[in-house]
Design a protein around this ligand. Structure first.
Ligand code: C5P
Length: 225
């Protein structure tokens, strides 16, 4: 099988209040997005890496390395639109059975070892899968009627990469009714009645969302793998 990486990086980073797209924030000496690119470039299993940015993006060319990465300027209004636009742009280059590893630019702590753990864990699964972490906190659901404690058995926090075959991922995202409700690729696949495989990820693969997350990510990056 062939493995490709696809990084949606067309977000505006509204929650970071950083004054620009958060994937370009400097982190441990390089722009945040470059860490994820380097993780994929560092894995011999990944044939090629694609990054999808908004058509107005003026910074991406300074961030991508000279070889191994192709920039697609077809980002959309939502993460789901960005991924779907990229898949459609790649139609001529992909086979139905190729694996696509979709990874958020906002997760700079990814490593080649985690990529390879996911690929090995999913193996020849007919659906695909994702990195995820078991929930360790006690979980509360707050609703107008009161507060309830949700049993945490079986609860996981989804990370990325999430890997699905080109054909299935295109079908799932194309069939999703509400792009805003789809915050990851696996949920679109689940909506088809399929069960992705969860492979245990690592806390270092956190999503940088709030300003304080930058410090945590830098701590992990400073500690290597
Ligand atoms: O905003 P959030 O952190 O959920 O974004 C997750 C990922 O999706 C980021 O890498 C972001 O750049 C990407 N994204 C995108 N197109 C959008 C919105 C977000 O590629 N319209």
């Amino acid at each position: 099988a062939r493995y490709f990486a696809l990084i949606p990086a067309a977000g505006v980073g509204a929650r970071m209040a950083a004054g620009g797209p958060k994937q370009y924030l400097p982190l441990g000496g390089k722009p945040m997005l470059r860490h994820a690119l380097d993780a994929f470039l560092g894995s011999a299993l990944v044939a090629h890496t694609y990054v999808v940015v908004s058509p107005e993006d003026g910074q991406i060319d300074a961030v991508v390395p000279a070889h191994g990465v192709t920039v697609l300027r077809c980002g959309g209004a939502t993460r789901m639109d960005s991924v779907l636009n990229a898949l459609r742009a790649l139609a001529g280059a992909m086979r139905e059975g190729d694996w696509i590893l979709v990874h958020d630019a906002a997760r700079p702590g990814l490593t080649p070892a985690l990529i390879e753990k996911l690929i090995a864990g999913v193996g020849a699964d007919p659906v695909g899968g994702l990195l995820a972490l078991p929930v360790v906190d006690t979980v509360k659901r707050v609703a107008p009627g009161g507060v309830a404690t949700v049993a945490r058995d079986g609860l996981w926090l989804a990370q990325t990469p999430q890997m699905f075959r080109y054909g299935l991922l295109s079908e799932a995202l194309g069939a999703a009714p509400d792009a805003n409700a789809i915050t990851d690729d696996a949920s679109a696949v689940e909506a088809l009645g399929l069960a992705p495989k969860l492979v245990e990820g690592h806390p270092r693969n956190l999503k940088v969302t709030l300003p304080a997350d930058v410090r945590i990510a830098e701590m992990y990056l400073a500690h290597g793998q």
